[in-house]
Design a protein. Structure first.
Length: 289
């Protein structure tokens, strides 16, 4: 018997999130696996540059309508949404958040520049914070303040991704670093697209790094004490991305290369084990911000 489609997608991805899920109880881990597979699929649709924009937009519209059906209690046709539907019902995952997520990946079809951080924050909220807001419903929380934590941590992770992936995104003609920041540091779009490092670019990278750090600090402050245990997987994700940010800093932001810098799998597995030990000893997992 073949494993669920969601399991196959999650295992194949090698994602940091997939690694963090091992700390969850079995039922919540299954729900998060289904949610991750859903997010992975809609993101992959938007990123498939070999397919026309119209066709990708049409496919995302189909996912939106299938998701709406699932959230309204009807049976969807798409396999991943079929597997997610029981968890949508169990954890009362709202359609409005899935709608925001799809709106976020739709932005990638047409938006290749962001004028300022306000515009970029909207994108980060949709593609990252929303995933956090859906996830905490599955993790279970008691304090409504946990939603602000999820928002801040999602933006911290996404800003780290944006910094790490400057060169990789440039290969596809995309610049996520706000144009206002480029202008403030005297860096041109052409320099980003051509991968030209300079003291000016290093200043720009440090500014984006500080912004990511600010979001990490906010997430650390906003996590309600009552929800620390429930957020163990989210906290581990924060710790992994924090270490990635520190690695970028130590290496003087080698982010203009086409191949992004990553943490080794061994390092990440070590962090999972360390987080588990800290959690069992009641020391908490937070090691960022």
């Amino acid at each position: 018997m073949n494993p669920p489609v969601s399991d196959q997608i999650t295992k194949k991805s090698g994602s940091n999130l997939a690694l963090a899920l091992v700390l969850l109880p079995k039922d919540r881990r299954a729900a998060m696996t289904a949610l991750y597979a859903y997010c992975r699929q809609v993101d992959d649709i938007a990123d498939e540059d070999s397919v026309s924009i119209d066709r990708r937009a049409g496919e995302l519209r189909r996912w939106r309508e299938e998701t709406r059906r699932a959230c309204e209690g009807f049976d969807p046709e798409l396999p991943v949404i079929k597997e997610l539907k029981p968890y949508i019902e169990r954890y009362r995952l709202p359609f409005r958040l899935f709608d925001e997520l799809i709106a976020g990946v739709e932005m990638d079809l047409v938006t290749v520049r962001y004028p300022d951080q306000v515009a970029l924050d909207e994108y980060c909220y949709r593609v990252a914070s929303v995933v956090g807001l859906l996830s905490i419903e599955i993790f279970g929380y008691r304090d409504p303040g946990c939603r602000e934590y999820a928002d801040a941590l999602g933006k911290a992770l996404q800003m780290t991704n944006i910094l790490r992936d400057v060169g990789n995104d440039a290969q596809r003609g995309r610049i996520y670093v706000p144009l206002a920041d480029l202008k403030a540091h005297g860096v041109t779009e052409a320099e980003i697209l051509e991968g030209k490092d300079s003291d000016r670019f290093q200043g720009l990278a440090r500014a984006i790094d500080r912004r990511a750090r600010d979001y990490f600090e906010k997430a650390r402050r906003m996590l309600p004490p009552a929800d620390r245990d429930a957020m163990i997987s989210a906290e581990l994700m924060g710790a992994v991305y924090w270490q990635l940010l520190l690695k970028l800093e130590r290496a003087s932001f080698p982010v203009l290369a086409a191949k992004p810098l990553r943490l080794s799998r061994g390092r990440k597995i070590g962090m999972v084990l360390s987080a588990l030990i800290r959690w069992k000893l009641g020391l908490g997992v937070t090691t960022y911000g």
